[in-house]
Design a protein around this ligand. Structure first.
Ligand SMILES: Nc1ncnc2c1ncn2[C@@H]1O[C@H](COP(=O)(O)OP(=O)(O)OP(=O)(O)O)[C@@H](O)[C@H]1O
Length: 792
């Protein structure tokens, strides 16, 4: 009975799962081992013996013995054993190194536990088996018969007990030995634990050190990161600076490159100018030759003329003397004079021929200039090619730098040459102006052209007899058959009236043809001279058609001036054109570009500037002619105003003089020269004679005023021809002559168109007009001299 708790403890131990944690299981079993007062049963088996010792470690030997004795008294068994106790490794190794390491759980399932049996062997003849058939029940068996042991076998039991005692003692000894071993093991464990503690402390210290180092390393790392960031920032700044610098360098290089290209282009242009200059030089040489020839001719002609004049004067004196002395001799002298006159005529013809050859030279010069323009075009083409070349060169700067330098040199040379060419051109233009003026002077500063208009509509049958004998050659003569004349004998004859002018235009002539003849005068206006072109003739003779038709003198002159001014821009000239258009009606000046309604209210005064030789009209409209098309608008407005002012029976254009005043101001930016010319284009009122017009009242007054102003015009021209001083020229006698004061006489150039109607009904007026024109034609103004003859 006393052994049952121990057996139960064993059973519990044996029933524990076979895990590695045996120590915990045994401790648990011992915790339930009998305490003082219990009766432990010593174990004889070798392996559980240790635990028996443990079970009794707090029990005295006597108590243990007694307990066993008591137990043996109640049983036949002499020994106790655990028949099915597992033979496992020792639970408590002797050294720390023998501490069992946990083993992994067996992979195969454990075999089923057999019924627990405890065998205790005491003597050779007695056997006690403790059999635990069921919990709490122990049976003692005879060792031989394996039947329950008899209670009476005391001796056997004592022997068994002695045996058990000796066994117990030896077990206790061995337990003590084991205890010592275990204590040693414990001390070893302790030492080991101490060691491990030290190791742990060392490890802690090392850990601490490592932590500190880690913290320091972290600090260093963060400072390194900060440094790295700083470096990155500074590096990025440096990169930015470098980029900026690179960009600036690139821009500089680009600028230099662009400048280089511009310079090369300039040089190319200069090269072009140089080539142009070469062409110009060629023209200059021809021009120079021509000029020299012209100068020679001019000198010769002047000398001849002077000589002829002196000779003629002498001859006239001689003839006069001889005429007074001998009449017969005078006849001979007259004959001789006729011959001389003939010779003079031939000389005059010669002079004219020379002039024509000069004109031909002029034309050839023009051709050369055209050639020069052509070569300029060629040069422009080559310039374009050069530009393309420059573009190509741009693509490879490095390789082309040498070529650029060469080009640069060439262009510098060309620049110098171009400057020279420009200077020569300018000199050429100055010379051309001078020569042009000389030619105009040679032609005469007053010229008369005659124009016969065609018969219109049903006028064909009523025309007068007009002939143009030299129409195929000079076109200078017109022959008008006069009215019937009865002789004393009663015969009726018709006299031929021959008129000779600078140029005669027949009925088939067109405005364009006429303008060609006067274009040189327009050029003179551009060169700074005052020019006056007026149309004289009876009503309906074609004055307005010649002046103001769409292809008339006024539009054509403006167009030519505009074009010439543009072409002179190359030579440094800039022109401004101002136009005004007035009429002189009944000795009053009206503004044709103003409002016709204002004519009665506005008074316009003519003001003269004797210093600048300039005429101005107060309060008159002045239009800036910035394009040729403006002139048509001006002419339309003038016509509208004239229509408003006209009465039913009185066309205003027939009864007033209209004056188109074009002021041309040129400035040369190269030379600083300035020119100021005026072109007056005058459409005179009808020149019908008072006696023929048979009018009265207002019409009479108009006619009187017209005749007065036309007569004054004749007087002024006559006075100019007689060489009178400017002070004695009667400009002030009429508004018309006063207005044209600085455009008639002096250095000015005058052209009169005498307009002729082809009608028989107008014959008388035609003859009167032609005679007046002849008078003007015979007037010599300025340096050029003219001679003309009129045969009645
Ligand atoms: N050369 C010409 N060719 C064709 N028609 C012309 C020519 N000359 C004049 N005419 C016509 O003759 C007519 C009269 O011409 P215009 O009006 O020019 O004369 P005018 O002398 O100016 O007259 P007015 O003194 O009244 O102004 C117009 O119808 C005009 O078209």
């Amino acid at each position: 009975m006393l052994l049952s708790p121990i057996i139960e403890s064993y059973a519990l131990i044996l029933q524990q799962p076979r895990t590695g944690d045996k120590v915990a299981s045994y401790a648990s079993a011992l915790s339930r081992a009998p305490t003082a007062g219990d009766s432990p049963t010593p174990l004889s088996s070798s392996y559980p013996k240790k635990f028996a010792f443990s079970a009794y470690r707090n029990t005295s030997l006597s108590t243990a013995f007694r307990t066993l004795s008591l137990s043996s008294n109640n049983s036949d068994s002499r020994s106790v054993s655990l028949s099915s106790a597992p033979q496992e490794e020792p639970l408590c190794p002797k050294t720390p190194s023998q501490i069992p390491k946990p083993k992994p759980a067996p992979k195969t399932p454990c075999p089923p536990e057999p019924d627990l049996q405890l065998h205790i062997f005491k003597t050779p003849h007695t056997k006690y088996t403790v059999y635990n058939a069921s919990p709490g029940k122990i049976t003692y068996l005879n060792r031989y018969s394996n039947t329950p042991a008899p209670a009476w076998d005391t001796k056997g039991r004592l022997e068994d007990m002695e045996t058990l005692y000796s066994q117990l003692k030896s077990q206790l000894d061995s337990a003590a030995t084991e205890k010592t071993g275990m204590e040693e093991g414990i001390s070893i464990y302790k030492a080991r634990i101490t060691e491990m503690e030290q190791v742990r402390l060392q490890l802690s210290a090392a850990n601490q050190t490592l932590s500190t180092e880690l913290a320091e390393t972290k600090v260093k790392l963060s400072s390194t990161n900060a440094q790295l960031d700083d470096m990155k920032r500074s590096h990025s700044f440096e990169i930015d600076d470098l980029r900026r610098k690179n960009r600036n360098d690139f821009e500089d290089a680009k600028d230099d490159h662009r400048k280089e290209i511009e310079r090369l282009q300039r040089e190319a242009r200069d090269e072009l100018d140089r080539v142009r200059k070469d062409a110009q030089e060629e023209a200059d040489r021809a021009n120079k030759t021509w000029r020299e020839e012209l100068a020679d001719k001019e000198r010769e002609l002047r000398a001849e003329l002077e000589e002829e004049r002196a000779r003629r004067l002498r001859e006239v004196q001689e003839l006069t003397t001889q005429f007074s002395l001998q009449k017969l001799t005078a006849d001979n002298d007259v004959t001789s004079k006729d011959r001389e006159l003939q010779s003079l005529r031939s000389e005059l013809n010669e002079v004219k021929a020379n002039l024509e050859s000069s004109n031909a030279l002029n034309a050839s010069l023009k051709e050369k200039l055209t050639e020069a323009s052509t070569s300029t075009l060629t040069l422009e083409t080559s310039m374009r090619a050069m530009k393309a070349k420059i573009d190509f060169l741009e693509s490879d700067n490095q390789a082309q730098s040498q070529a650029f330098q060469d080009l640069n040199q060439q262009m510098l040379d060309a620049q110098a040459v171009a400057a020279e060419a420009k200077e020569k051109l300018r000199q050429e233009e100055t010379l051309r102006r001078k020569l042009h003026n000389q030619v105009q002077e040679l032609k005469g500063n007053i010229r008369v052209f005659c124009r016969v208009r065609p018969a219109l509509g049903d006028e064909e049958t009523k025309t007068a007899e007009l002939a143009f004998p030299d129409a195929d050659t000079d076109s200078k003569e017109v022959v008008v058959q006069g009215p019937d004349q009865k002789s004393a004998m009663g015969t009726v004859t018709k006299a031929n009236n021959n008129f000779s002018f600078d140029r005669v235009f027949g009925p088939s002539s067109q405005n364009g043809e006429i303008f060609d003849e006067i274009s040189q005068l327009v050029q003179s206006a551009l060169d700074g001279y005052n020019v006056c072109i007026f149309c004289y003739g009876q009503t309906g003779s074609g004055k307005t058609h010649t002046m103001s038709a769409s292809d008339g003198m006024i539009p054509s002159a403006v167009t030519q001036i505009y074009e010439t001014a543009k072409s002179l821009e190359d030579k440094g000239w800039t022109y401004s054109m101002e136009g005004s258009f007035v009429e002189v009606y009944n000795e009053t000046v009206n503004d044709l570009l103003g409002k016709a309604e204002d004519w009665n209210n506005k008074k316009h005064e003519i003001r003269q500037d004797p210093v600048k030789l300039k005429t101005t009209i107060t309060d008159v409209t002045t239009v800036n002619l910035d394009s040729p098309s403006r002139v048509n608008a001006i002419l339309d407005q003038a016509n509208r105003n004239r229509r408003v002012a006209a009465t039913q029976a009185n066309s205003r254009s027939s009864r007033s003089h209209s004056v188109f005043i074009l002021r041309l101001i040129g400035e040369n930016s190269m030379t600083g020269e300035r020119s100021e010319g005026t072109l007056n284009l005058v459409d005179l009122a009808g020149s019908e004679r008072l006696a023929h017009s048979q009018v009265s009242g207002d019409r009479l007054k108009e006619t009187q005023n017209i005749n007065k102003s036309l007569s004054c015009l004749g007087d002024v021209i006559s006075a100019l021809g007689s060489g009178k001083d400017a002070k004695h020229i009667p400009y002030r006698n009429s508004k018309l002559t006063y207005l044209l004061q600085y455009s008639l006489g002096g250095n000015s150039k005058t052209l009169m168109f005498v307009m002729v109607s082809p009608l028989q009904a107008h014959l008388s007026e035609t003859l009167t007009s032609l005679k007046f024109a002849t008078k003007v034609h015979n007037t010599h103004i300025g340096t050029a001299k003219r001679q003309a003859k009129v045969k009645d």
